[in-house]
Write a protein that binds this ligand. Structure first.
Ligand code: PEP
Length: 249
């Protein structure tokens, strides 16, 4: 039976006390959840949430990291610092990083390789804008983001990579891709992975859907053949919505 990977991206929300409160509630209420779980608090709350999550089935995630191990990089957070705190997974190439902060495929690729080199799992986000979808270049965009994002990542490291398909127009907008549309793009992601690696790798790679996932739409999305989990933004900020998403079955 498929084990789904349900991840929460808290973005720039939660003070330390708020983060501790939510993480404590999730730890308790998701203790019996069989899916793979992760929450990614803001950097300032990582250490405190790491203490809360000790002994729990929820992995600690980070929302980003710098492309260098250390050095004169004002404002950046290094993979070594994340590991030191107990982070296990890092979200890379989120559309907000790509579109608001201008992160290129090359920069994202450098981060992916660095995370994997240090045994962190990477969630590589890909997704088209509405303009790209309407212009009919969705597949070109996804192919480019996957090919460039995974450049130099060898077969042995791919097991530590999760792909998150997040159509940019569905993030934080309340609009969800239909389960059929999402499934079709997930299938296309597998096709690209098969071309880059092998059909076995394509079959086994975990592909999350992200974009206005809510308790009401989770089960229908997860029922699709090519959807293996969810990357959840807004609905991960409250236990009332994240718990039912994580326990959708
Ligand atoms: C996200 O931030 O990755 C996301 C999918 O956000 P939301 O669930 O709020 O659309």
């Amino acid at each position: 039976m498929k084990r789904y990977f349900i991840a929460g991206n808290w973005k720039m929300h939660k003070t330390i006390p708020e983060a501790i409160e939510l993480a404590s509630e999730l730890k308790e209420r998701l203790a019996d959840c069989k899916e793979k779980l992760m929450i990614a608090p803001p950097f300032t709350a990582l250490y405190s949430v790491a203490q809360v999550l000790k002994g729990s089935n929820i992995l600690l995630g980070a929302q980003n990291m710098g492309p260098e191990e250390s050095g004169a990089h004002t404002g950046e957070i290094s993979v070594i610092m994340l590991k030191d705190i107990g982070v296990r997974v890092v979200i890379l190439g989120h559309s907000e990083r790509r579109h608001t902060y201008g992160e290129s495929d090359a920069l994202i690729n450098a981060k992916v390789k660095l995370a994997l080199k240090h045994d962190l799992e990477a969630i590589l986000c890909v997704g088209e804008t509405l303009e790209e979808r309407e212009r009919g270049v969705l597949e070109n965009v996804i192919r480019r983001q996957l090919t460039e994002g995974l450049r130099g990542v060898d077969t042995s490291m791919l097991a530590n990579v999760t792909i998150a398909y997040e159509p940019v127009w569905a993030i934080g907008t309340g609009k969800t891709a239909t389960p059929e549309d999402a499934d079709a793009v997930h299938a296309f992601c597998r096709q690209v992975i098969a071309e880059l690696y092998s059909s076995d790798m394509a079959k086994n790679i975990v592909i999350q859907y992200g974009g206005s996932v809510k308790p009401e739409n989770t089960a229908t999305l997860m029922a699709k053949k090519n959807i293996d989990g969810a990357l959840v933004g807004g609905a991960s900020l409250k236990a009332e919505s994240f718990v039912p998403i994580a326990k959708f079955l």
